[in-house]
Design a protein around this ligand. Structure first.
Ligand code: HAM
Length: 408
Protein backbone atom coordinates (compact mmCIF):
# COMPACT_ATOMS: atom_id res chain seq x y z
CA UNK A 1 0.00 0.00 0.00
CA UNK A 2 1.38 3.38 -1.00
CA UNK A 3 -0.12 5.40 1.87
CA UNK A 4 0.03 4.35 5.50
CA UNK A 5 -1.48 6.09 8.49
CA UNK A 6 0.92 8.43 10.35
CA UNK A 7 3.01 6.91 13.16
CA UNK A 8 1.32 7.13 16.54
CA UNK A 9 -2.22 7.30 15.10
CA UNK A 10 -4.91 4.63 14.73
CA UNK A 11 -7.93 4.00 12.55
CA UNK A 12 -10.95 3.18 14.66
CA UNK A 13 -12.85 0.61 12.62
CA UNK A 14 -16.62 0.03 12.59
CA UNK A 15 -16.72 -2.84 15.12
CA UNK A 16 -14.60 -0.92 17.64
CA UNK A 17 -16.53 2.30 17.05
CA UNK A 18 -19.45 0.59 18.82
CA UNK A 19 -17.34 0.48 22.00
CA UNK A 20 -16.41 4.15 21.56
CA UNK A 21 -20.03 5.15 21.14
CA UNK A 22 -20.96 3.31 24.29
CA UNK A 23 -18.21 5.01 26.31
CA UNK A 24 -19.06 8.43 24.88
CA UNK A 25 -22.75 7.94 25.75
CA UNK A 26 -21.92 6.97 29.33
CA UNK A 27 -19.54 9.98 29.68
CA UNK A 28 -22.18 12.41 28.44
CA UNK A 29 -24.89 10.90 30.65
CA UNK A 30 -22.83 11.04 33.83
CA UNK A 31 -21.22 14.44 33.19
CA UNK A 32 -24.65 15.94 32.53
CA UNK A 33 -26.13 14.26 35.59
CA UNK A 34 -23.58 16.23 37.63
CA UNK A 35 -24.54 19.47 35.87
CA UNK A 36 -21.69 19.82 33.35
CA UNK A 37 -22.48 21.26 29.91
CA UNK A 38 -20.61 20.24 26.76
CA UNK A 39 -18.22 22.68 25.11
CA UNK A 40 -16.41 22.18 21.79
CA UNK A 41 -13.34 24.24 20.99
CA UNK A 42 -11.09 24.26 17.88
CA UNK A 43 -8.40 21.57 17.66
CA UNK A 44 -5.75 24.27 17.27
CA UNK A 45 -5.04 27.38 19.32
CA UNK A 46 -2.35 30.03 19.60
CA UNK A 47 0.87 28.30 20.69
CA UNK A 48 1.32 30.81 23.50
CA UNK A 49 -1.87 29.57 25.23
CA UNK A 50 -0.31 26.15 25.82
CA UNK A 51 3.18 27.44 26.61
CA UNK A 52 1.77 29.77 29.29
CA UNK A 53 -0.56 27.24 30.88
CA UNK A 54 1.21 23.87 30.69
CA UNK A 55 4.63 25.43 31.38
CA UNK A 56 7.55 26.29 29.08
CA UNK A 57 9.85 23.71 30.69
CA UNK A 58 7.45 20.72 30.64
CA UNK A 59 8.02 17.80 28.26
CA UNK A 60 4.70 18.57 26.55
CA UNK A 61 5.74 22.10 25.61
CA UNK A 62 9.45 21.50 24.94
CA UNK A 63 9.16 18.25 22.99
CA UNK A 64 5.65 17.16 22.22
CA UNK A 65 3.67 19.95 20.60
CA UNK A 66 2.54 19.90 16.98
CA UNK A 67 3.33 23.52 16.26
CA UNK A 68 3.18 25.18 12.85
CA UNK A 69 3.07 28.62 11.28
CA UNK A 70 -0.04 29.49 9.29
CA UNK A 71 0.13 31.37 5.99
CA UNK A 72 0.33 34.68 7.83
CA UNK A 73 3.23 33.48 10.01
CA UNK A 74 1.17 33.02 13.20
CA UNK A 75 2.31 30.20 15.48
CA UNK A 76 -0.48 27.69 16.08
CA UNK A 77 -0.48 24.36 17.95
CA UNK A 78 -2.71 21.29 17.76
CA UNK A 79 -4.13 21.04 21.27
CA UNK A 80 -2.10 18.69 23.49
CA UNK A 81 -4.82 18.98 26.16
CA UNK A 82 -8.14 20.75 26.68
CA UNK A 83 -7.96 22.56 30.02
CA UNK A 84 -6.28 25.69 28.63
CA UNK A 85 -8.63 25.93 25.62
CA UNK A 86 -11.65 25.60 27.94
CA UNK A 87 -10.30 28.44 30.12
CA UNK A 88 -9.66 30.52 26.98
CA UNK A 89 -13.14 29.84 25.60
CA UNK A 90 -14.75 30.34 29.02
CA UNK A 91 -13.17 33.77 29.39
CA UNK A 92 -13.73 34.83 25.79
CA UNK A 93 -17.44 33.90 25.93
CA UNK A 94 -18.05 35.11 29.49
CA UNK A 95 -18.94 31.62 30.67
CA UNK A 96 -16.72 31.85 33.73
CA UNK A 97 -16.74 34.67 36.27
CA UNK A 98 -15.59 35.07 39.90
CA UNK A 99 -19.02 35.01 41.51
CA UNK A 100 -20.59 32.08 39.74
CA UNK A 101 -19.98 28.40 39.21
CA UNK A 102 -19.32 27.09 35.71
CA UNK A 103 -19.16 23.42 34.83
CA UNK A 104 -17.97 22.38 31.37
CA UNK A 105 -17.12 19.06 29.74
CA UNK A 106 -15.58 17.96 26.46
CA UNK A 107 -14.76 14.96 24.31
CA UNK A 108 -12.28 14.96 21.46
CA UNK A 109 -8.84 14.37 19.99
CA UNK A 110 -5.59 15.71 21.49
CA UNK A 111 -2.13 15.66 19.91
CA UNK A 112 1.27 15.02 21.48
CA UNK A 113 4.45 14.10 19.63
CA UNK A 114 5.42 11.31 22.02
CA UNK A 115 7.25 8.05 21.38
CA UNK A 116 4.38 5.74 20.44
CA UNK A 117 3.94 2.62 22.57
CA UNK A 118 1.10 0.62 24.09
CA UNK A 119 -1.28 3.20 25.59
CA UNK A 120 0.55 6.17 24.13
CA UNK A 121 -0.36 7.70 20.79
CA UNK A 122 0.34 10.92 18.98
CA UNK A 123 -3.34 11.52 18.34
CA UNK A 124 -5.45 10.29 21.23
CA UNK A 125 -8.85 11.14 22.65
CA UNK A 126 -9.89 12.55 25.98
CA UNK A 127 -13.18 13.03 27.77
CA UNK A 128 -12.82 15.57 30.52
CA UNK A 129 -14.47 18.21 32.63
CA UNK A 130 -13.62 21.46 34.39
CA UNK A 131 -15.35 22.94 37.46
CA UNK A 132 -14.80 26.71 37.89
CA UNK A 133 -15.52 29.02 40.82
CA UNK A 134 -14.94 27.25 44.13
CA UNK A 135 -12.10 26.51 46.52
CA UNK A 136 -14.32 24.24 48.59
CA UNK A 137 -12.72 20.80 49.15
CA UNK A 138 -16.20 19.33 48.64
CA UNK A 139 -15.85 20.33 44.99
CA UNK A 140 -12.61 18.33 44.71
CA UNK A 141 -14.57 15.36 45.99
CA UNK A 142 -17.52 16.04 43.64
CA UNK A 143 -15.09 15.97 40.69
CA UNK A 144 -13.31 12.80 41.82
CA UNK A 145 -16.74 11.21 42.41
CA UNK A 146 -17.68 11.83 38.76
CA UNK A 147 -14.55 9.97 37.61
CA UNK A 148 -15.23 7.07 39.96
CA UNK A 149 -18.90 6.89 38.94
CA UNK A 150 -17.91 6.93 35.28
CA UNK A 151 -15.60 3.95 35.66
CA UNK A 152 -18.21 2.10 37.73
CA UNK A 153 -20.87 2.74 35.08
CA UNK A 154 -18.52 1.35 32.44
CA UNK A 155 -18.12 -1.77 34.55
CA UNK A 156 -14.36 -1.33 34.91
CA UNK A 157 -12.91 -3.13 37.87
CA UNK A 158 -9.60 -3.03 39.67
CA UNK A 159 -9.06 0.72 39.23
CA UNK A 160 -7.45 2.76 41.99
CA UNK A 161 -7.46 6.46 42.82
CA UNK A 162 -4.02 7.93 43.62
CA UNK A 163 -4.17 11.23 45.51
CA UNK A 164 -1.80 13.96 46.61
CA UNK A 165 -1.58 17.70 47.26
CA UNK A 166 1.12 19.79 45.57
CA UNK A 167 0.40 22.95 47.58
CA UNK A 168 -0.11 26.51 46.46
CA UNK A 169 1.95 29.51 45.33
CA UNK A 170 3.12 29.99 48.92
CA UNK A 171 4.20 26.48 49.85
CA UNK A 172 5.04 24.85 46.50
CA UNK A 173 8.35 26.79 46.18
CA UNK A 174 9.38 25.39 49.58
CA UNK A 175 8.75 21.88 48.32
CA UNK A 176 10.67 22.53 45.12
CA UNK A 177 13.61 23.79 47.22
CA UNK A 178 13.53 20.68 49.43
CA UNK A 179 13.40 18.53 46.31
CA UNK A 180 16.35 20.35 44.76
CA UNK A 181 18.45 19.94 47.86
CA UNK A 182 17.84 16.20 48.05
CA UNK A 183 18.21 15.51 44.33
CA UNK A 184 21.29 17.68 43.89
CA UNK A 185 23.18 15.15 45.97
CA UNK A 186 22.42 12.49 43.35
CA UNK A 187 22.48 14.80 40.34
CA UNK A 188 25.27 12.90 38.57
CA UNK A 189 23.34 9.64 38.69
CA UNK A 190 20.09 11.00 37.24
CA UNK A 191 19.25 10.48 33.54
CA UNK A 192 20.21 13.24 31.10
CA UNK A 193 16.62 14.56 30.94
CA UNK A 194 16.37 14.72 34.73
CA UNK A 195 19.69 16.57 35.03
CA UNK A 196 18.08 19.23 32.88
CA UNK A 197 14.75 19.01 34.76
CA UNK A 198 16.54 19.45 38.06
CA UNK A 199 17.84 22.80 36.84
CA UNK A 200 14.72 24.01 35.04
CA UNK A 201 11.73 22.35 36.74
CA UNK A 202 12.60 19.95 39.60
CA UNK A 203 8.99 18.80 40.12
CA UNK A 204 9.12 17.13 36.71
CA UNK A 205 11.87 14.76 37.94
CA UNK A 206 9.16 12.99 39.96
CA UNK A 207 7.43 12.03 36.70
CA UNK A 208 10.50 10.27 35.30
CA UNK A 209 9.88 6.61 34.46
CA UNK A 210 13.63 5.82 34.19
CA UNK A 211 14.45 3.01 36.65
CA UNK A 212 17.70 4.66 37.74
CA UNK A 213 15.86 7.90 38.61
CA UNK A 214 12.97 6.05 40.28
CA UNK A 215 15.45 4.73 42.85
CA UNK A 216 16.07 8.29 44.06
CA UNK A 217 12.51 9.52 43.62
CA UNK A 218 11.25 7.10 46.28
CA UNK A 219 13.62 8.79 48.75
CA UNK A 220 12.75 12.47 48.16
CA UNK A 221 10.61 14.30 50.72
CA UNK A 222 6.84 14.23 50.17
CA UNK A 223 4.96 17.35 49.08
CA UNK A 224 2.57 17.04 52.03
CA UNK A 225 5.45 17.71 54.47
CA UNK A 226 5.87 21.29 53.26
CA UNK A 227 2.21 22.24 52.82
CA UNK A 228 1.18 25.57 54.37
CA UNK A 229 -1.58 25.40 57.04
CA UNK A 230 -4.37 26.32 54.56
CA UNK A 231 -3.29 23.69 52.03
CA UNK A 232 -2.90 21.13 54.79
CA UNK A 233 -6.46 21.71 56.02
CA UNK A 234 -7.77 21.65 52.45
CA UNK A 235 -6.11 18.30 51.79
CA UNK A 236 -7.36 16.84 55.09
CA UNK A 237 -10.89 17.88 54.20
CA UNK A 238 -10.65 16.32 50.75
CA UNK A 239 -9.55 13.06 52.38
CA UNK A 240 -12.35 13.33 54.95
CA UNK A 241 -15.10 13.87 52.35
CA UNK A 242 -13.72 11.10 50.13
CA UNK A 243 -13.93 8.70 53.06
CA UNK A 244 -17.44 9.94 53.85
CA UNK A 245 -18.47 9.11 50.27
CA UNK A 246 -16.88 5.69 50.53
CA UNK A 247 -14.27 6.43 47.87
CA UNK A 248 -11.06 4.59 48.63
CA UNK A 249 -7.77 6.13 47.51
CA UNK A 250 -4.04 5.66 47.80
CA UNK A 251 -2.17 8.53 49.33
CA UNK A 252 0.68 8.95 46.83
CA UNK A 253 2.98 11.47 48.44
CA UNK A 254 5.16 11.85 45.36
CA UNK A 255 2.40 12.18 42.79
CA UNK A 256 2.89 15.31 40.72
CA UNK A 257 1.50 15.75 37.24
CA UNK A 258 3.16 16.46 33.91
CA UNK A 259 1.62 19.92 33.62
CA UNK A 260 2.72 22.96 35.64
CA UNK A 261 -0.64 24.56 36.37
CA UNK A 262 -1.66 22.32 39.28
CA UNK A 263 -2.15 23.55 42.83
CA UNK A 264 -3.31 21.58 45.87
CA UNK A 265 -5.25 18.40 44.97
CA UNK A 266 -3.84 16.21 42.20
CA UNK A 267 -5.12 12.75 41.39
CA UNK A 268 -4.92 9.91 38.91
CA UNK A 269 -7.00 6.81 38.33
CA UNK A 270 -4.76 3.89 37.47
CA UNK A 271 -5.26 0.33 36.26
CA UNK A 272 -2.94 -2.58 36.98
CA UNK A 273 -4.00 -4.18 33.70
CA UNK A 274 -2.38 -1.53 31.49
CA UNK A 275 1.40 -1.83 31.86
CA UNK A 276 3.65 1.26 31.91
CA UNK A 277 1.00 3.76 30.70
CA UNK A 278 -1.43 2.84 33.46
CA UNK A 279 -3.25 6.13 34.11
CA UNK A 280 -6.76 6.13 32.66
CA UNK A 281 -7.54 9.53 34.17
CA UNK A 282 -5.54 12.47 35.49
CA UNK A 283 -6.57 15.73 37.01
CA UNK A 284 -6.38 18.22 39.79
CA UNK A 285 -6.89 21.75 40.99
CA UNK A 286 -5.52 24.76 39.12
CA UNK A 287 -6.45 27.79 41.19
CA UNK A 288 -4.09 30.23 39.41
CA UNK A 289 -4.54 29.30 35.77
CA UNK A 290 -7.51 31.51 34.92
CA UNK A 291 -5.64 34.53 36.27
CA UNK A 292 -2.39 33.50 34.58
CA UNK A 293 -4.25 33.43 31.28
CA UNK A 294 -5.49 36.97 31.74
CA UNK A 295 -8.79 36.44 33.56
CA UNK A 296 -9.88 37.24 37.10
CA UNK A 297 -8.81 35.01 39.99
CA UNK A 298 -11.09 31.99 39.64
CA UNK A 299 -10.20 28.67 41.27
CA UNK A 300 -10.87 25.51 39.28
CA UNK A 301 -10.47 21.75 39.21
CA UNK A 302 -10.94 19.11 36.54
CA UNK A 303 -9.79 15.86 35.02
CA UNK A 304 -9.40 14.13 31.68
CA UNK A 305 -9.87 10.48 30.88
CA UNK A 306 -7.75 8.75 28.19
CA UNK A 307 -10.35 7.15 25.92
CA UNK A 308 -7.97 4.73 24.15
CA UNK A 309 -6.91 3.29 27.48
CA UNK A 310 -10.53 2.76 28.54
CA UNK A 311 -11.33 1.15 25.20
CA UNK A 312 -8.41 -1.22 25.78
CA UNK A 313 -9.86 -2.26 29.16
CA UNK A 314 -13.41 -2.60 27.82
CA UNK A 315 -12.27 -4.61 24.80
CA UNK A 316 -11.17 -7.36 27.18
CA UNK A 317 -14.65 -7.41 28.69
CA UNK A 318 -16.55 -7.60 25.39
CA UNK A 319 -14.14 -10.02 23.67
CA UNK A 320 -16.17 -12.53 21.65
CA UNK A 321 -19.33 -10.42 21.62
CA UNK A 322 -20.72 -9.44 18.24
CA UNK A 323 -20.19 -5.70 17.89
CA UNK A 324 -21.74 -5.39 14.43
CA UNK A 325 -24.89 -3.23 14.28
CA UNK A 326 -27.94 -5.51 14.36
CA UNK A 327 -29.60 -5.85 10.95
CA UNK A 328 -33.28 -6.83 10.72
CA UNK A 329 -33.96 -7.62 7.04
CA UNK A 330 -31.84 -8.71 4.09
CA UNK A 331 -33.82 -8.79 0.84
CA UNK A 332 -32.89 -11.63 -1.52
CA UNK A 333 -33.99 -11.40 -5.18
CA UNK A 334 -34.41 -14.09 -7.90
CA UNK A 335 -34.33 -11.79 -10.94
CA UNK A 336 -34.11 -8.22 -12.23
CA UNK A 337 -37.83 -7.51 -11.71
CA UNK A 338 -37.53 -8.63 -8.09
CA UNK A 339 -34.64 -6.22 -7.61
CA UNK A 340 -36.87 -3.32 -8.67
CA UNK A 341 -39.47 -4.35 -6.09
CA UNK A 342 -36.75 -4.87 -3.45
CA UNK A 343 -35.43 -1.33 -3.96
CA UNK A 344 -38.91 0.05 -3.16
CA UNK A 345 -39.24 -2.30 -0.20
CA UNK A 346 -35.94 -0.97 1.25
CA UNK A 347 -37.44 2.53 1.31
CA UNK A 348 -40.56 1.20 3.05
CA UNK A 349 -38.59 -0.62 5.74
CA UNK A 350 -36.45 2.45 6.54
CA UNK A 351 -39.53 4.70 6.62
CA UNK A 352 -40.83 2.38 9.36
CA UNK A 353 -37.53 2.73 11.27
CA UNK A 354 -36.32 -0.77 10.40
CA UNK A 355 -32.81 -1.69 9.26
CA UNK A 356 -32.65 -3.38 5.88
CA UNK A 357 -30.14 -4.24 3.15
CA UNK A 358 -30.17 -5.81 -0.32
CA UNK A 359 -27.54 -6.97 -2.79
CA UNK A 360 -26.21 -4.29 -5.18
CA UNK A 361 -23.71 -6.50 -7.01
CA UNK A 362 -26.07 -8.69 -9.09
CA UNK A 363 -25.07 -11.78 -7.16
CA UNK A 364 -26.70 -15.20 -7.70
CA UNK A 365 -29.58 -16.27 -5.43
CA UNK A 366 -27.23 -18.63 -3.58
CA UNK A 367 -24.62 -15.91 -3.06
CA UNK A 368 -27.34 -13.51 -1.82
CA UNK A 369 -28.54 -16.09 0.75
CA UNK A 370 -24.92 -16.44 1.90
CA UNK A 371 -24.59 -12.66 2.18
CA UNK A 372 -27.84 -12.51 4.18
CA UNK A 373 -26.44 -15.12 6.55
CA UNK A 374 -23.09 -13.32 6.88
CA UNK A 375 -24.79 -9.98 7.51
CA UNK A 376 -26.32 -11.33 10.72
CA UNK A 377 -29.81 -10.26 9.56
CA UNK A 378 -32.69 -11.65 11.60
CA UNK A 379 -34.82 -12.29 8.50
CA UNK A 380 -34.16 -12.91 4.82
CA UNK A 381 -36.99 -11.44 2.71
CA UNK A 382 -37.13 -13.52 -0.46
CA UNK A 383 -38.70 -12.24 -3.70
CA UNK A 384 -38.92 -14.86 -6.42
CA UNK A 385 -41.18 -15.37 -9.46
CA UNK A 386 -44.01 -16.84 -7.40
CA UNK A 387 -43.82 -13.99 -4.90
CA UNK A 388 -43.91 -11.44 -7.73
CA UNK A 389 -47.02 -13.07 -9.15
CA UNK A 390 -48.72 -13.11 -5.75
CA UNK A 391 -47.50 -9.60 -4.78
CA UNK A 392 -45.99 -11.24 -1.70
CA UNK A 393 -42.65 -12.01 -0.08
CA UNK A 394 -41.32 -15.07 1.74
CA UNK A 395 -39.86 -14.19 5.12
CA UNK A 396 -37.24 -16.62 6.40
CA UNK A 397 -36.27 -16.55 10.07
CA UNK A 398 -32.50 -16.96 9.80
CA UNK A 399 -32.18 -18.61 13.20
CA UNK A 400 -34.97 -21.19 13.12
CA UNK A 401 -35.17 -21.54 9.33
CA UNK A 402 -39.00 -21.12 9.53
CA UNK A 403 -40.57 -19.51 6.45
CA UNK A 404 -43.82 -17.58 6.18
CA UNK A 405 -45.48 -15.71 3.33
CA UNK A 406 -46.44 -12.07 3.77
CA UNK A 407 -48.18 -9.58 1.54
CA UNK A 408 -45.80 -7.16 -0.10
P1 HAM B 1 -2.96 14.31 31.32
O1 HAM B 1 -2.60 13.48 32.52
O2 HAM B 1 -1.86 14.83 30.51
O3 HAM B 1 -3.88 15.49 31.86
O4 HAM B 1 -3.91 13.45 30.40
C1 HAM B 1 -5.08 12.84 30.92
C2 HAM B 1 -5.20 11.42 30.41
O5 HAM B 1 -5.08 11.38 28.98
C3 HAM B 1 -4.07 10.48 30.88
O6 HAM B 1 -4.33 9.97 32.16
C4 HAM B 1 -4.10 9.40 29.81
O7 HAM B 1 -5.12 8.45 30.11
C5 HAM B 1 -4.50 10.16 28.56
N1 HAM B 1 -3.30 10.43 27.73
C6 HAM B 1 -2.39 11.42 27.89
N2 HAM B 1 -1.44 11.35 26.93
C7 HAM B 1 -1.78 10.30 26.13
C8 HAM B 1 -1.20 9.71 24.94
N3 HAM B 1 -0.11 10.22 24.37
N4 HAM B 1 -1.82 8.65 24.40
C9 HAM B 1 -2.94 8.13 24.96
N5 HAM B 1 -3.53 8.65 26.06
C10 HAM B 1 -2.96 9.71 26.64
C11 HAM B 1 -4.42 16.43 31.06
O8 HAM B 1 -4.42 16.41 29.86
C12 HAM B 1 -5.14 17.52 31.86
N6 HAM B 1 -5.66 18.52 30.91
C13 HAM B 1 -6.25 16.93 32.68
C14 HAM B 1 -6.98 17.96 33.49
C15 HAM B 1 -8.21 18.49 33.23
N7 HAM B 1 -6.53 18.55 34.58
C16 HAM B 1 -7.42 19.42 35.00
N8 HAM B 1 -8.42 19.40 34.18
Amino acid sequence: MKYQLPRGTKDILPGEVKIWQKIEDVCRKIFEKYGFAEIRTPVFEQTELFARSIGTTTDIVTKEMYTFLDKKGRSLTLRPEETAPVVRAGLQNNLISPDSIAKLYYLGPMFRYERPQAGRQRQFNQAGLEFFGSLDPKVDVEVITVAVELFNALGLEGLEVDLNSVGCKQCQPKYIEALKQTLNKQAKELCEDCKERLKMNPLRVLDCKNKGCQKFITKVPSATETLCPECKVHFEQVCKYLKARGITYNSKVRLVRGLDYYTRTVFEVVSKKLGAQNAVCGGGRYDNLVKDLGGPGIPAIGFAVGMERIVELIKDQVAGQDLKPALEYFIVCMNAEAREVAFGLLTKFRAEGKTAEMDFQNKSFKAQMKAADKSGAKFAVIIGEEELRQKAVTVKDMKSGDQTKAAL
